[in-house]
Design a binder for this molecule. Structure first.
Ligand code: COA
Length: 186
C-alpha cells in the first residue's frame, strides 16, 4: 500500500543522530554555519533539550535516503504583557534545494505554529526576506512591521560591519542593503 504524503514527510523533533544525516549541511543552505564538531553539537543539543517545549527544532527526514531535508525552529517567549502572555518566534526555516516546492516548508511552519498554539502563545512572529513573503502568506502569515537589527558580531555576508557605538544603530528596511527583512505575524 502506498504511503500518504503525511506518512512520507512526517515532521518530528530534532534528534541527536540527525547531525549525521545532513542537518548541519541543510542549515548551510540558509546562512553561515561552519563545521560543528560532534562535541559542540552534543553540547548545544543538550542545552536546547533542557529548554524542553520552550525551544523546539523540528525536521523532516527523507524516507529511503535518511537525509534531513527540511527544518525550522520555534522559541517561546514569556512576557508580562498580555496577562503574562507568550509569543512564538519562528526561526531557521529551510528546505533542501532538491525538495523545494513539495509543501515541506508549509508542513514545517504548520508544525511550529501548532506547537506555539499548544503552548498558549497569543501570536507567532518571524522575520523574512521580501522574496519569501509570498511563501509565508501562503502559510497564513501577514505583513505586520519591519525588522531592525544591530549586527553585534556580523558573520553573515549580508550583515553590515559596524564599529561599536554607545548610540543604538538602527537599521530599517528603507536603509538596508540586504533586500530588506520584514516581520510577519500569524
Ligand atoms: C522558503 C522555503 C522554506 C519554502 O519551502 P518550500 O518547501 O519550497 O515551500 P512550499 O512548497 O511549502 O510552498 C508553500 C506555498 O508557497 C509558495 N511559495 C514558496 N516559496 C515561494 C516564493 N519564494 N515565492 C512565491 N511563492 C512561494 C509555493 O508555491 C506554495 O504555494 P501553493 O500552496 O499555492 O502550492 C524554501 O524555498 C527555502 O528553504 N529557501 C531557502 C532558505 C530560506 O530562504 N528560508 C526562509 C528563511 S526566512
Amino acid at each position: 500500500m502506498q504511503k500518504s504524503e503525511e506518512q512520507k514527510y512526517r515532521v518530528r523533533k530534532l534528534e541527536i543522530s540527525d547531525k549525521g544525516k545532513g542537518f548541519i549541511e541543510l542549515l548551510q543552505q540558509l546562512s553561515v554555519c561552519d563545521s560543528v564538531s560532534d562535541k559542540e553539537f552534543e553540547e548545544r543539543f543538550g542545552e536546547l533539550s533542557d529548554l524542553g517545549d520552550e525551544h523546539v527544532i523540528c525536521v523532516i527526514e527523507e524516507e529511503g535516503s535518511g537525509k534531513i531535508i527540511a527544518t525550522g525552529s520555534v522559541f517561546i517567549e514569556k512576557k508580562f504583557l498580555r496577562n503574562c502572555g507568550k509569543v512564538g518566534h519562528i526561526e531557521d526555516v529551510v528546505v533542501d534545494s532538491s525538495a523545494r516546492g513539495k509543501h515541506l516548508g508549509k508542513r514545517i511552519i504548520n508544525f511550529l505554529t501548532e506547537h506555539a498554539r499548544s503552548m498558549g502563545c497569543y501570536k507567532v512572529i518571524l522575520d523574512c526576506s521580501v522574496d519569501n513573503k509570498p511563501f509565508y502568506e501562503k502559510c497564513g502569515f501577514h505583513h505586520k512591521s519591519l525588522q531592525m537589527a544591530i549586527p553585534i558580531n556580523p558573520i553573515d555576508e549580508n550583515a553590515e560591519s559596524i564599529p561599536f557605538s554607545p548610540r543604538p544603530y538602527l537599521k530599517s528596511k528603507e536603509g538596508c542593503t540586504d533586500g530588506g527583512k520584514e516581520s510577519a505575524v500569524v
